[in-house]
Design a protein around this ligand. Structure first.
Ligand code: ADQ
Length: 406
């Protein structure tokens, strides 16, 4: 047990076989790509799936010893879909909720993954399942109805006497925290060095974990198209892509890293000039004040994932802007955030010309339009911040419990 402030953490070790089969294997090589509609990258193995179930049972055995009868249990993300079923098998009757942070795909897509019917069945062991958007909720409900024969009620689904509620709870961020650190960030060393380095150039920023779902090589190529189509902009803009390495033990991520480096080298080599590098690329992680400061410096953010549950970077960028001179968010229609951030320039990341034109439009946008678009986004973000999200989910879960008890 580890105490940190008001939170007590119970930690346990995994073996290297667990890590390989459960985390790098089924969770990140089979479930992650399938849920992001990349079925061609999904690599299913029975050994990995057995490891995934085994580790969930191990977590359940440890957790069952710690849970009190009145506790609400809130499970997070795709690594733990079978956890409620494993806890129920140990006799737990508590209200158990699940939040799915990544997209829930259409049943036709999820159905390509062996074991997916079992996963759907274990979803029914949660009292409440939260997803990011109404589209995800619709996909999950359709899957439960079509694959299992669940009976739809108002917001619940019934199967064999069990009832599960599926609902969207779009995750928020710490909006006021971002606003405050962004306003003070110019004094930070990295931010002030960036200001000096930019001179009169305009900054376009991208911040994404190095993951194929984030569309990093694709956005570099869209930016290349923008520079080719608008030669007068060469030397006047800099694209800073921050992409911390992730899941480096999974082979597809090594391949992505090589693809990004190749695209970056080709674009900087062919379009760069002495004194100007078109794309700056860094893989470091930064503390929040640095990220917030860099967001605020950038008149344009390029957030163009091929598919994303929500995308917090889009929300962080909006929260970090100067209200009197806000930047423009270019956002993929395939990010859950696009359902809420309607003041962004919404693009299809597969259409490089469309993204290139959005970069051009964002850089030319009038002050009046920038302010109007930003004002339309910041209010709803403040009203639906991360505290709202957690409270809304837990209130609903407690209600489910009351209903089950009554
Ligand atoms: P992620 O796929 O990790 O999250 P995202 O929502 O963008 O994607 O969150 C990334 C977080 O990491 C942001 O808070 C960002 O600030 C931070 N970050 C990125 N680069 C960083 C860097 N170099 N240094 C420090 N911090 C950095 C998953 C789902 C998303 C969903 C979230 C939350 O894939 O769709 O929005 O969970 O539910």
């Amino acid at each position: 047990m580890v105490d940190k402030g008001r939170i007590q953490y119970a930690l346990m070790d995994l073996t290297s076989l667990d890590r390989q089969e459960y985390y790098n294997g089924f969770a990140n090589r089979a479930l992650w790509p399938t849920m992001h509609y990349r079925v061609g990258l999904s690599d299913f193995s029975r050994a990995d799936y057995a490891g995934y179930l085994r580790v969930n049972h191990t977590f359940a055995s440890a957790l069952a010893k710690l849970v009190c009868p009145s506790d609400l249990v809130w499970v997070h993300d795709y690594h733990l879909i079978p956890l409620a079923a494993a806890l129920r098998a140990l006799g737990l009757t508590n209200a158990i909720g699940y939040f799915h942070h990544i997209p829930w795909p259409a049943p036709e897509v999820l159905g390509t993954l062996p074991g997916s019917t079992d996963l759907l069945r274990s979803i029914m062991d949660f009292n409440l399942v939260g997803v990011q958007t109404d589209r995800d909720a619709d996909n999950l409900r359709r899957g439960l109805i079509q694959e299992l024969g669940a009976i739809p009620q108002k917001s619940d689904l019934d199967l064999d006497g069990e009832s599960t509620c599926v609902k969207s709870f779009p995750i928020g961020i710490d909006v006021s925290g971002f606003e405050q650190v962004a306003a003070r960030a110019r004094s930070n060393r990295i931010v002030s060095q960036t200001i000096v380095g930019l001179g009169s150039r305009k900054l376009i920023i991208g911040v994404d974990r190095l993951d194929y779902s984030k569309g990093i090589p694709e956005k570099m190529e869209a930016y290349e198209r923008f520079l080719v189509n608008n030669p007068d902009q060469r030397g006047r803009v800099t694209f800073l892509q921050i992409a911390p390495t992730s899941r480096s033990e999974v082979p597809e991520y090594g391949a992505l890293s090589r693809a990004v480096n190749e695209t970056l080298g080709r674009i900087n080599g062919s379009l760069g000039e002495p004194g100007w590098v078109p794309i700056q690329y860094v893989t470091s992680t930064y503390p929040r004040p640095v990220l917030a400061g860099l967001y605020r410096l950038a008149p344009v953010a390029l957030v163009t994932p091929m598919r994303d549950g929500m995308n917090l970077v889009a929300k962080e960028y909006v929260a970090a802007q100067d209200p009197t001179d806000p930047g423009v968010l270019i956002l993929s229609k395939f990010a859950g955030a696009a359902q809420q951030l309607t003041g962004a320039l919404i693009v299809n990341p597969n259409d490089k010309l469309e993204v290139a034109e959005a970069i051009h439009d964002a850089l030319q946008m009038s002050h009046e339009e920038r302010v109007t678009r930003w004002q339309g986004m910041i209010g709803p973000l403040q009203d639906h911040d991360v505290s709202w999200w957690a409270a809304a989910f837990l209130r609903e879960l407690a209600g489910q419990k009351a209903r089950a008890a009554g």
